[in-house]
Write a protein that binds this ligand. Structure first.
Ligand code: KG4
Ligand code: ZN
Length: 331
């Protein structure tokens, strides 16, 4: 069986081919048009998807050395995300399914991220807890088995990636903020100042990043321009240290509470070098099984969508061609 995956929910136009023998290709075109605006401009994202969708799909098929006629199914993100962006991939996939007479499967983007850990190899053994940390979502999910999800906790305010992006803006480090903070923090001193590790008072497994973000903002405002210049990397390092501690602290609590020893981490923030380092160390110290995809499969990509599609095809779960985009879709 051969499944084409398509992902256009935000600012990456991506197509990938998954077959019984594994991933055959994964084309990702990151839209650079947003850089000068310091964030994703929805209208520009949709227009860029329209320009990129045909070449990206063609490149994915060429990379997999197959042609359209060999496809059995097409899987595509139908939410959550930017409605105009989702529409481009969704309509393209519907047209392909209709004209080629192949299966059509709409994929929840968040479930897609979970499947990033299944793209290569057999993936984490069930049950496991997955930490989803992206620009739009920060959630702890108990996966009883793929397809069966129980949300244990979510962010009460900003998503982790959003906090990275906003702090990067405050520090004038550029966009996208996560990689910029990651890079600057490498040169910084993480003992320069201790920012709060917000832990909500209740017993929930929820997250909150607004207190940390505000603490960074107040600290920046308290500095003279030359002090800020001198300590930019230090502030990045201290913010990154606090944000990653907060993520790991809640994850460990959830694992202990549910007596689970397998942790899978996905989403753009899972690319963060300090988070990866801390997770590896914590997993060693606590004898946990850690699954974290290679960096390219952490940020938005169609390989994870194709893999989720492959899973649903095997279960005979398909979508109607009347499927609408759902910008606020939940897991
Ligand atoms: O999963 P993703 O590509 O898109 C969403 O579904 O949101 O995640 C994008 C987020 C952005 O906020 C970006 O700043 C963050 O992932 N990110 C990082 C790193 N690379 C990307 N955050 C921290 N460190 C990184 N190295
Ligand atoms: Zn994503």
């Amino acid at each position: 069986m051969i499944v084409l995956g398509i992902e256009t929910s935000c600012d990456e136009t991506s197509a990938a081919v998954m077959s019984d023998s594994g991933l055959l290709s994964n084309e990702i075109s990151s839209q650079l048009v947003h850089v000068k605006y310091g964030g994703v401009v929805p209208e520009l994202a949709s227009r860029a998807h329209i320009e990129l969708i045909v070449p990206v799909v063609k490149a994915a098929l060429a990379g997999a050395r197959i042609d359209f006629s060999q496809l059995d199914a097409v899987a595509v993100t139908y939410g959550p995300g930017l409605v105009g962006s989702i529409l481009v991939g969704l309509n393209f996939a519907k047209a392909m399914a209709l004209s080629l007479n192949i299966h059509f499967i709409g994929i929840n983007h968040i479930e897609g991220h979970i499947f990033a850990n299944f793209v290569h190899g057999s993936g984490p053994p069930s049950p496991f807890i997955t930490l989803i940390v992206s620009g739009g979502h920060t959630q702890l999910v108990l996966v009883q088995e793929p397809g069966q999800y129980q949300i244990l906790g979510s962010t009460k305010d900003d998503a982790a990636g959003e906090a990275f992006d906003k702090v990067s803006k405050m520090l004038e480090l550029g966009y996208p903020g996560g990689p910029a903070i990651d890079k600057a923090a490498n040169e910084g001193d993480s003992t320069y100042i201790e920012f709060p590790r917000t832990r909500l008072k209740d017993e929930s497994f929820d997250f909150s990043f607004s207190g940390l973000k505000t603490a960074v903002l107040y600290h920046i405002k308290s500095l003279a321009p030359e002090q800020l210049q001198a300590h930019r990397a230090d502030i990045a390092a201290c913010f990154q240290d606090a944000a990653t501690d907060a993520l790991i602290q809640q994850t460990l609590r959830a694992l202990a509470h549910h007596k689970i020893d397998t942790i899978a981490v996905v989403g753009g923030v899972a690319r963060n070098s300090l988070l990866r380092k801390k997770l590896a160390r914590t997993s060693d110290e606590n004898s946990l099984n850690l699954f974290i995809p290679e960096p390219i499969l952490c940020t938005d990509n169609a390989a994870m969508i194709a893999r989720a599609g492959y899973f649903h095809v095997l279960k005979n779960e398909f979508s109607p061609l009347t499927l609408s985009p759902m910008p606020s879709l939940k897991l």
